[in-house]
Design a protein around this ligand. Structure first.
Ligand SMILES: [Zn+2]
Length: 250
């Protein structure tokens, strides 16, 4: 992984709880350059203020356990980070509202959302509605074979080579009844500290109005990102994944 993302967890622990306090220069520099970490502290500070107002409320043990179980079931296992564990005991009620929209989800979503938001902008853009043309173009750009899924009701708009958390990634943009949707074929099993193996559950994340679904395939992670309801993008991700498992594309 890139140094940038290896440092996120470290920077957060170093800067916790106040990113404006005294800190080693590496952590400070990381924070200044890392949108995900800046967002993380913004969310944490807002949460802290809400907790402050709620501190007299005692959360019954049985509720705390239920929330813990619900979150454990929803969140990707590898992102049950220290902040989630630390926050849980005190913030059981608030955690219900945060759910997958918490900072862990943002970390996974941001690298994809930053690119999905650009849709088809130069450079490294190839406009076509023909899957095999786009696949050939992408293959020349990245040097490995790329196969694009057929997505029901969607037409291809083109291909792009994008930067997903430092990883040069072939991507395709689809038009789904007027909504642009970006498909990412990340040539790595790990992005921003998240990893997934073929056949594992979809990882859901969201940021800036985009919903992102990430899953593992034998040759790396795949993701779809679009501004659409989570249920809808989950269906599309399931469709892409099912085709991949059948060997029709990957
Ligand atoms: Zn960071």
């Amino acid at each position: 992984m890139t140094q940038y993302h290896l440092l996120c967890d470290e920077a957060r622990e170093t800067l916790w709880p106040d990113p404006t306090g005294p800190a080693p220069v590496e952590a400070r520099q990381h924070f200044d350059e890392c949108l995900a970490c800046q967002r993380f502290f913004t969310v944490q500070q807002a949460l802290g203020r809400r907790l402050e107002r709620l501190r007299k409320i005692t959360v019954p043990d049985h509720l705390r356990e239920r929330v813990r179980a619900a979150i454990a079931a929803e969140r990707p296992a590898q992102r049950r980070g220290w902040w989630v564990a630390a926050g849980l005991a005190a913030a059981a009620t608030l955690a219900i509202g945060i759910g997958l929209r918490g900072p862990g989800g943002d970390d996974l979503a941001m690298p994809f959302v930053a690119e999905a938001a650009r849709v088809l902008t130069p450079p490294a853009t190839f406009q076509s509605s023909d899957a095999s043309e786009i696949e050939s173009w992408l293959q020349v750009q990245v040097g490995t074979e790329v196969q694009l899924p057929d997505i029901a009701d969607a037409t291809l708009m083109g291909g792009r080579v994008v930067n997903v958390a430092g990883i040069r990634t072939p991507a395709a943009v689809y038009d789904l009844r007027g909504t642009p949707l970006t498909y990412f074929a990340v040539p790595s099993a790990e992005v921003a500290g998240f990893s997934a193996s073929p056949g594992s559950d979809l990882m859901a994340a969201s940021a800036d109005g985009f919903e992102v679904m990430v899953w593992g395939e034998p040759n790396g992670l795949r993701a779809v990102a679009a501004r659409m309801p989570r249920a809808e993008i989950r269906t599309i991700a399931d469709e892409c994944r099912t085709k991949a498992l059948r060997g029709l594309s990957f």
